[in-house]
Design a protein. Structure first.
Length: 488
């Protein structure tokens, strides 16, 4: 039987600690993927036991698959948590409705403008927003931005939908919702506000000041390693629950959520799920982006090309695991002290989480969207390291690994898609020259990517070039061993 609710679950599987039908919808979430289900939906499920009308209307902006998976299951799905101690499953009931913007446009717009909707949260990935790195406003070349600037009354993208909904709510005398970005962007609330204000200036000028002054955009830091679901995930969910579940996801036992506490129209009791509410998220955000995400990007590029399918495989490769630890330490050195946080202990905990053999997090999955991820994960800490006179070797190795990955072929000559919003441009620069130094020069000059302080630094360029040459000449595995040998 298909999972459709909490009834009939075995005693070993927890269900919602509340009656879902007794709680109304208060959140619209854009980006109905695995991470949202494992993180915000799970936390909201816990919070609902404390009361409130905070169930979620989940919206996929592109693919109809999430709604097709969740719809027949009344929004219920299995969350499998993997740890060294074993695995456990719980059934989540926080998602009351699952929609896809294309076929369900009327329902999505109705949800965004409903007075009961007090929060709109988002996990659309870094590339999904259409933010210009240069200006902080709209990227006119982003397909959804270009469409919505031309047809603001029929939006398909984040900025267009949110400005349209806020305008409609204001016209109807309905309070604005709080906009809660849960993607890996620095000061994500501030960035999203800048995007919406700029979009409004261009399409609804009367809304720009209102959005800037009356709409809350709390920043957040989210952390829970969540691989894409596989057939093995679904098979495990069926074995554990006794039901077929097309929407099951698996994740690690660890979860962290740090939130700026600015919710004028209320919020769920997310603290019941361990969320921290703070005045300033930025220090936590930088810690996670530079340490966890930065090390993830480095190990993904190097690991994928060295033949490691999963992050846990990387951590079984002693030389590469040593480079992961080196990167974590280098990133920590760029951070100011954070009260109550031991950065060395945090690094050790991250290494242990990466090594979790029960979590099949693919290096190829992490490697996608590099041009959107590099600025906050690798380039910002590299610039700070340069200013502080700290070694640039860890960042040079990581950037060289990205450049080798950008060439788009394995060492056996098999082609793969970069899965990057600037894929064609990046790959053309990476493969348009046979000389390693020229490849480095061309990729460092990619418009809007590297800050000038790095782009114009001859020392960094030499360090990247030497490492990329080793990767091209002797292969990634040999380059990893040589780099790790230098740590002794």
């Amino acid at each position: 039987m298909r999972l459709a609710g909490p009834d009939g679950l075995p005693d070993t599987v927890a269900g919602p600690g509340y009656t879902p039908a007794d709680h109304g919808t208060g959140i619209v979430h854009l980006g109905l993927g695995a991470f949202h289900k494992a993180h915000q939906a799970a936390a909201t499920d816990t919070a609902l036991a404390a009361g409130g009308d905070w169930r979620i209307c989940g919206v996929s902006l592109r693919s109809p698959e999430p709604a097709a998976q969740l719809g027949p299951q009344n929004g219920f799905f299995t969350l499998i948590e993997r740890s060294a101690e074993g695995s456990r499953a719980r059934v989540i009931g926080a998602i009351g409705q699952a929609l896809c913007l294309g076929p369900d446009r009327a329902g999505v717009l109705a949800a965004l403008t409903a007075p009961a909707t007090r929060i709109v949260s988002l996990t659309v990935t870094e590339k999904g927003y259409g933010i210009s790195r240069a200006t902080g406003g709209v990227d006119e070349g982003h397909p959804a931005i270009a469409h919505d600037l031309a047809t603001p009354e029929a939006p398909i993208g984040v900025a267009g939908l949110l400005v349209w909904a806020l305008k409609a709510r204001r016209a109807a005398g309905v309070s604005p919702f709080t906009v809660l970005c849960c993607d890996n962007l620095p000061e994500n609330g501030r960035l999203l506000r800048g995007l919406l204000v700029d979009f409004a200036r261009r399409t609804a000028p009367e809304m720009a000041g209102f959005i800037a002054g009356e709409v809350a955009f709390p920043s957040t830091m989210v952390d829970r390693i969540t691989p894409a679901a596989t057939p093995e995930t679904l098979a495990a969910a069926e074995e554990m629950t006794g039901f077929r579940d097309e929407a099951a996801v698996e994740t690690e036992a660890f979860s962290q959520w740090v939130i700026e506490d600015r919710f004028p129209t209320g919020r769920p009791a997310w603290e019941a799920a361990g969320a921290m509410f703070v005045a300033d998220v930025k220090p936590y955000e930088e810690m996670k982006l530079r340490m966890l995400n930065g090390a993830h990007s480095m190990l993904a590029y190097a690991g994928f090309l060295a033949g490691h399918r999963h992050v846990s495989d990387v951590m079984q490769d002693a030389p590469l695991a040593a480079l992961v630890r080196r990167h974590l330490a280098a990133a920590a050195a760029t951070l100011p002290p954070l009260e109550g946080v031991d950065l060395a202990a945090y690094a050790e905990a991250l290494a242990a989480r990466f090594a979790n053999p029960h979590l099949k997090h693919a290096t190829y999955q992490i490697a996608m969207d590099g041009t959107e991820k590099l600025p906050q994960r690798l380039l910002a800490p590299a610039a700070d390291a340069l200013a502080a006179g700290q070694p640039l070797g860890p960042y040079a190795f990581a950037l060289a690994a990205w450049m080798r990955y950008a060439m788009g072929t394995t060492e056996a000559g098999e082609a793969y898609a970069l899965r990057d919003p600037r894929e064609a441009e990046v790959q053309a620069r990476a493969t348009g020259a046979s000389d390693t130094a020229e490849i480095v020069e061309r990729l460092m000059a990619l418009p809007g990517l590297m800050p000038p302080v790095l782009r114009n630094n001859a020392g960094l360029r030499r360090e990247i070039t030497a490492r990329l040459a080793a990767m091209r000449d002797g292969g990634m595995a040999a380059a990893i061993r040589a780099e790790a040998a230098g740590l002794a």
